[in-house]
Design a protein around this ligand. Structure first.
Ligand SMILES: [Zn+2]
Length: 399
């Protein structure tokens, strides 16, 4: 095993992506089909401090994972990399620069936001996650949208100023006198990342050289989280990609609504209001049709005997119309008055009322026969079932 740990080339130069190194050890992973390789030095940043590991290649093999164990950095390679994994062999590694730079843009952006939140509101970043698509940070205090907009504005101001991002390992005395975020109990080898006037923080990760390289910092979401807030940010290229996606989305909606892109909110509101008005008109027409059906039945019962029960099937009817109809029918019929709304394919919702019988008994029967769901009071029950109209009607006629 390595005695003095793996030399971290990314501390010397975060832009170094090519490197050669000597294989110190090599073994099969216990839990997956991978080889775990230790090198004397590496440019690969491991999974650490809430950040995912660097990607890239060692010789022709993709680096599947990079983990840190104490002072040693372990690279996971596919099983067919055994040939290059001879102890003492010299290998060539290459870090995926696009991912490295993307991670650096996000991570330095996070420091700027966290430093500003700490300076202006005194809250700490108590949770940080930097994934391949999402960057979240948790603060132990509430922040309003307006406050976060101010923070975002100042963060982007720090980008326009193109401030240097300085990493150093202060000696014990300097460290003891220093005020910085993420203060650790350690006194040796604490890496401090400083952005003048914005933030000082203990951190192990690679950062951009100067804030201008971040390009833009955008807060895209905020939600309450354990007494504080969790915010999502996008920096640099991720923010541009997100902007393009949102622009495509707005353009599509704008074309569909025949409205200018910045007026789609008002156009959608109009559309929603129109749809609601149409739905109300449909509801009223359906209720009127049902009432006409009941009027027609009432006419026929002038000359012949009224049946004990009445069950009506409708394809669509809103809840109020159903209730109104049941209330109209209940005084007219001695037995059950039921309305079933739906179709054989989607199933039926039903409301059954009765002035004299216990409707729960009928629900129990429907539950036994078709696994209907529902319940209610003796005078009125509601529920749903899936069965064919003809089967249900055949059964109800036996009552
Ligand atoms: Zn950091």
């Amino acid at each position: 095993m390595v005695q003095n740990g793996t030399k971290k080339l990314y501390y010397k130069d975060t832009h170094q992506i090519d490197f050669t190194a000597t294989v110190l050890s090599c073994k099969a992973a216990e839990t997956a089909d991978m080889i775990l390789v230790e090198l004397d030095q590496t440019a690969f940043f491991p999974e650490e401090g809430g950040q995912k590991p660097d990607a890239g290649f060692i010789e022709d093999f993709p680096v599947l994972d990079v983990q840190i164990r104490g002072d040693v950095i372990v690279h996971a390679l596919p099983l067919d990399a055994w040939d290059i994994c001879q102890v003492g062999a010299t290998i060539h590694g290459e870090v995926d620069w696009n991912q490295r730079f993307d991670f650096m843009q996000q991570h330095t952006g996070e420091h700027i936001i966290s430093g500003l939140v700490h300076s202006y509101y005194g809250f700490d970043n108590v949770g940080f996650h930097l994934g391949y698509e999402e960057v979240t940070m948790d603060f132990n205090g509430m922040l309003t949208l307006e406050q976060l907009r101010d923070i975002e504005k100042m963060a982007n101001q720090a980008i326009y100023q193109n401030l240097p991002v300085i990493a150093s390992f202060p000696n014990r005395q300097d460290l003891a006198e220093m005020t910085y975020r993420s203060k650790l109990n350690l006194v040796d080898n604490v890496r401090i990342v400083r952005i003048p006037g914005i933030d000082v923080c203990a951190c192990c990760a690679p950062h951009v050289d100067s804030t201008g390289q971040i390009g833009i910092i955008k807060i895209i979401d905020v939600q309450s989280h354990r007494g504080g807030v969790r915010i999502n940010i996008l920096c640099g290229k991720r923010a541009l990609q997100d902007y393009n996606k949102r622009l495509d989305c707005v353009t599509d909606v704008s074309v569909l609504l025949s409205a200018k892109p910045l007026e789609i909110g008002a156009a959608t509101k109009r559309l929603k209001d129109e749809t609601q008005a149409k739905q109300e008109r449909i509801n009223s027409l359906q209720a009127s049709l049902l009432n006409q059906k009941i009027d027609f039945l009432e006419n026929t019962y002038k000359d012949k005997e009224r049946p004990k029960h009445i069950f009506l099937f409708e394809s669509a009817l809103d809840a109020k119309a159903v209730r109104d109809a049941i209330n109209r029918l209940m005084p007219l019929y001695e037995g059950y008055c039921g309305i079933f709304v739906g179709s054989d394919e989607t199933g039926y919702t039903f409301v059954i009322g009765s002035a004299n019988l216990d409707c729960r008994e009928l629900t129990t029967a429907l539950k036994e026969k078709w696994a209907a769901k529902g319940g209610g009071a003796p005078q009125m029950v509601q529920g749903n079932l899936t069965a064919s109209h003809s089967d249900v009607l055949l059964y109800l006629e036996t009552l």
